[in-house]
Structures are given as structure tokens and as C-alpha cells.
Design a protein around this ligand. Sequence first.
Ligand code: NA7
Length: 542
Amino acid sequence: AEGAATPDLDAVVVGAGFSGLYMLHRLRGLGLRVRVFEAGGGVGGTWFWNRYPGARCDIESWDYSYSFDPELDQEWEWTERYPAQPEIRAYLEHVADRYGLREDITLDTRVASARFDDDTGLWRVRTNRGHDVTARYVVMATGCLSAARTPDIPGMERFAGETCHTGRWPLEGVEFEGKRVAVIGTGSSGVQAIPVIAEQAAHLTVFQRTATFSVPARNRELGADEKRHIKETYPDRRRLTRESPTGTTVVRGDRSATEVPPDERRAAFEQRWERGGAGLPAAFTDVLTDRRANDAASEFVRSKIREIVEDPETADRLCPRDVPIAAKRLCVDTGYYATYNNEHVELVDVRAHPIEEITREGVRTSEGTHRYDVIVFATGYDAMTGALSRIDIRGRHGLSLREKWSAGPVTYLGLATAGFPNLFVVAGPGSPSVLTNVVVSIEHHVEWLVELLERMDSAGVRHVEATEDAEVRWVEHVNELASRTLYPEANSWYLGANVPGKPRVFMPYPGGLVAYREACRRVADNDYEGFSLTPAAADRTD
Ligand code: NA7
């Protein structure tokens, strides 16, 4: 049957966020027939769903945007240093319109399964709305932080008030005015939402399991001169971004924190604290690799928490211990710590006073029942693998991706996995995406994959598949790099540690974008070393 079947489509792309939109645009550039299925009622992915109050990017607007079209840079105008969710969503809506992408996107549709057919060598994709299509390629542009996770707390269904998750915010919004509100979780989402909810609610309780490090954003509106300057300097900014290990224009220090005297070290951190943003650990080269350097940065932020928070006990509870700064994603906030100086805001440490159940009225801890009208779950995601494992993906001989990855995800370059020919993941586990400006990683991945498809086509290659040997070596390499850092010391979603039962494996590539790009370039230059390329005539379907 080899070669006999004509697919309905050349490619199916799953998801219409930053990855899916750009992938669609580039695949159309190759002349392919593509269909994008998107679960949301609009484009934007993460930025479609994350509508909680205070939702904002923690990377500066001029860096957090596509770079593929200089005209787009000049047309679009960011209004703030850190763009808020509505503005990023509007940007992606604009991109969808400007490049005429909408006609190939089916919204409100969730992909249920993707199965490789050994006989025809094609993928068969089914959705929850009855679509059933065949395609040569499947691209998972499903996002790293899209499978929202609400913990299993007994009694959830009994609660008489409203519950919501930051990552699946109700489109009609949530009313907090005059209400008694609980927020569970103090990661990036909680830290952004808490100050805004506190302004509206009559009473706010924050349930904290692990104290988090946060630095001030010092967000501001951009003035006319600054906007003009950003546009004029885009070519340079884009170049700097490509040369940066994190894909940003944040200036990185070039000295070790341990080689400078303590007062000079403090001054360097102070300067970055005043400037605002996640660049604080980048003051020195070794904050994420050297315990003493990290302790200095951690202690600096703890001293700031003690300065800001008036009640010493609350300040103490807010000070992270035993977690190296930036080993979990560093939070970037607007007024987070100062929020606890309000009379109507309280902080409950759930390690000392565990949540025992949710009742009709509210939350019962070991201390007693707290009454609420709204409970907000800012409890994060089944990150990096969750969106993939929620789809029934099967490769050669019915091999299930879920089963293959039961001991942790295994990919080659974070882009492909053995046994799943012509299936690609944009920003999958093993890619540097979540440790970088994700938009820059996404653009790289899409461009690298599109070049692969282009070269396959001109060489008459029908299937491309990562080899087991190459992916095992890649996973080892990622883990070896991680072991030289302090990342594994925090129970973060990078390690799957926030999901009970998830294997503890460091998932993102921690070597930086420059080294990663270089690794990908070498693979391509060596005739896609580590991939097996099967020509149409010699295809194996056994
Ligand atoms: P995160 O960073 O995973 O934060 C989730 C928070 O929720 C974190 O403080 C967790 O505590 C807490 N959590 C999770 N489960 C529970 C339970 N059962 N009880 C109490 N507290 C809980 O998710 P975010 O949405 O804030 O941010 C995700 C990424 O989006 C972020 O890194 C940026 O890249 C943007 P824990 O620390 O696990 O003890």
C-alpha cells in the first residue's frame, strides 16, 4: 500500500498559540495544505486562557514578539514595558489577520487522537468534534504550560461558591468586589494575581505551600520617544537576542559573584532590583551554578522582603529557604510583598496548617474553617508533557507516547521522538524553550523544522524519525548539563515535581539558546545525523 494513499492534508498543526501560528505561516510558505486545530475559542494559546487579573508577561515587550518580519516590528506598537495579557492576545490576533492565517484554523476543537498508520505511512487525526483527517505530518504546537492542574483536595465538588484556575480563566471574568477570596498557590500566576485581587476583595487569604522569590517588574507605560527608539533599534535588538543564551536583550554580568567584595556584590544586585525585572540573577555568571553566589543573591532578596513586609512573622513566612533563587522560575511582580501589609490580606502556610478539605463554606485547614465566596487555584500546570499526554498519540505498531514516556519524556533536540515518524513537537521537553524567551526558541524550532521538511521534500524523503540512540544521548546530555546547575535542587515544574506521581526528570535543555542552536545546526549540517530518513521507494512500513 506504500505510496498509494493520498492524504487529506499535508500537515495538521495542533494549537494556535505563538508556535502554531508561526508554524502555519511557514508551512504555507512551502506550499503545503495545513489545518490547525485549536481548543480555544480564539487564537493565542496560553495568552487566550490566562485572563486572570494582573496576567502579564515577565519578559519585556520588545523582546517578547516575533522577529521574522521587520515590517511587523515597525507596525505593531507595544504600550508597556511588560505587556499585559490583553495586549499580547491582540498582537497574536493581529498576526493571524495580517498573514491571513484564520482560514486554516479550526477553533473550539480539541484533538483527541493522532495515530500513525503503518500501512499507509500517514497520520490520522481525530478531534472531539468529529473531524477525522489524514496527513503526512503532525506538528504538536501544544505549549509547555497549557495543561492546567487543579490539585485533588477532598470536597471540591461541595463548595457553594465559585472556583477558577488562573490558566483557564472564565471568559466572562470573575467578580471579586466585596468578596471573601482564597488564592491557592504563589508561583508566577499567584504573585501577579494576588495584588490585583487584594485591591478588589473584602478579604483575601493566600495559601502558600512554598515561599517564592519575586523581584519588582517596575513596569511602566512606554512614552513616544521610547517607542520610537525601540523601533529604530529593532535590527540590533534582534541580533543581540539571537546571540543571547536566554533570547533576551537583558545585559548579563561577566564576573563571578564570589570574586567581588560583598559591598560591590550588593550594589550590583541593588542596581538590578531598582531597574526591575528578572535580570537580577544575571548580575553575575554563576548565580545558578555556584552555591555561594546563589546564597548571596538569595539573601539579598530576603533582605528586601524583610524591608517591605511590616509584620516580621509574615515576612519570615514569605522568605524562601532551601530553594536556590532562580532554580524555580523567578517571579516578577507589581506590589506583591507589600500586599501583605494590608489588614484584609492574610497568609496561611499550608505546610504548617495543611488544607484538609474544601467544604460547602470554604477551606478547612488543621486550624479551622475559613469562609470564602471565591477560591482561585493558581496551582500551575502539568508542564511540558501534560498537553501531549492528554492526547492519545500512537506511532509505529500502535506505540503509545504516554507509555513510551512513562518514566519521563525522551526526545531528540526536544523536537522529535523515536517511533513517531513525521511527528514534531515545537518546544517539547528537551528544548530550551521555557528557560529562555520562549518566542525566540519557538521561532528557531519552527525555522529548523521547516528547513528539514524542505530538504526532505527535495531529496524525495518520505519519513523522518529520530533514532533511539540519538534521543537517549540527548536526554543524557540534558541531564548532564542540569547536574552542573542548581536547578535540580528545587521542586519545580521543570522536574515535574509539582505533579504527584510524575517521574522526576529535568525536562528543559539548560545549556542556553546559543549552544542549542549550534547543536541543531551541526545535526542539519551532518545530513540530519541522529534521524533516520526514509526515501519514498524504500519506505519500511513493517
Ligand atoms: P507554578 O509556578 O507551578 O506555581 C504553582 C503554585 O501552586 C506553587 O506555589 C505551588 O506550590 C502551588 N501549589 C500547587 N499545588 C498545590 C497544593 N496542592 N496546595 C498548595 N499549593 C499548591 O505555576 P504558575 O501558574 O504560577 O506559573 C507557571 C509558569 O507560568 C511560570 O513558571 C512562568 O513561566 C509562567 P509549590 O511551589 O509546588 O510548593
